[in-house]
Design a protein around this ligand. Structure first.
Ligand code: SAM
Length: 271
């Protein structure tokens, strides 16, 4: 029988808004873990975590690894996951804290959990409030109305994807659109134009899209700038911007399926 080893990993999310969106369970793990390993960019949230954690390790500095020849973001993410695992292997209860939801567009937590479990440690993830959750609340768009597609911008650009323009489409990390070196954290108007040209296969160029940025503190305002798709290359994009493309066309009934369903026998009435 395999015995689970000492050492444990819990990945938690801090939500998008400073301290206010962390769940009571996540907060309890931050407070009680032997060590909190954190990749939270917001300085206020970081200070808050540091203030309540027993021991605190910030791995954000690892991003400078990308400046080294031959290294890119994937090496940084691997090193962050390795730091988490080193502490688990040392027999500690480790809380790894990420902003938003720890498993949404956050590969480090998935890597660390997979490796920890493979080595026989208990590892789990707790859900957090993601940018997408805030977006639904701030923009008042119910994903259930038209359905929703959600994708990383560069992935959408460089792979053949089938997009449904009758559903909402969320593109994450548009500020890194087409950045193939995985070393930089920006894009260019030319790359955004490539994105627009690809989107124009399914959407009219004058379709209204939204640049969304959830407020991360009570002092900030939420950004929900509306613009025409064709104007995207000249727009100002931040690393926290998410591009929201509302449905461009109404849903069309699939009459063949409706007919099939109507032709099915009725269920007998329950007595
Ligand atoms: C690496 S992902 C992290 C997502 C995060 N784990 C979550 O649960 O939302 C970074 C991307 O998330 C989105 N994002 C991050 N902060 C945001 C904010 N304040 N408002 C809107 N979108 C945000 C942007 O698309 C950004 O490029």
């Amino acid at each position: 029988m395999t015995r689970l080893k000492l050492g444990k990993l819990i990945c938690v999310g801090t939500g998008m808004r400073m301290a206010g969106q962390v769940t009571p369970l996540a907060r309890s793990h931050i407070e009680t873990a032997d060590v909190v390993v954190s990749a939270v960019p917001n300085i206020f949230t970081r200070n808050w975590i540091q203030g309540i954690a027993k021991e605190f390790i910030c791995v954000l500095g690892y991003y400078t690894d990308c400046d080294v020849d031959g290294k890119n973001r994937r090496d940084t993410y691997r090193r962050m996951a390795d730091t988490i695992l080193e502490n688990v292997r040392a027999g500690k209860t480790v809380c790894a804290a990420f902003y938003g939801h720890p498993g949404i567009f956050a590969c480090i937590s998935h890597m660390a959990i997979k490796d920890a479990r493979a080595e026989g440690y208990i590892a789990e993830m707790l859900p957090g409030i993601s940018a997408e959750d805030c977006l639904v609340a701030d923009l008042g768009i119910d994903p259930g109305r038209t359905g929703m597609q959600s994708m990383e911008t560069t992935q959408f650009m460089i792979y053949e994807r089938r997009i449904d323009p009758t559903a909402m489409f969320i593109l994450w990390q548009p500020a890194l659109a087409g950045e193939l070196s995985l070393k930089r954290f920006d894009t260019t108007a030319a790359r955004l134009q490539v994105l627009v040209d690809k989107l124009a296969r399914d959407y009219p160029l004058d379709h209204e899209v939204i640049l969304y940025e959830a407020a991360t503190s009570p002092l900030e305002k939420t950004r929900a700038d509306k613009l025409r798709l064709r104007d995207l290359p000249s727009a100002s994009l931040q690393q926290i911007t998410t591009l929201v493309i509302p449905a461009a066309f109404p849903l069309r009934p699939d009459q063949a399926i409706v007919d099939l369903l109507n032709a099915l026998p009725e269920l007998p009435v329950a007595v």
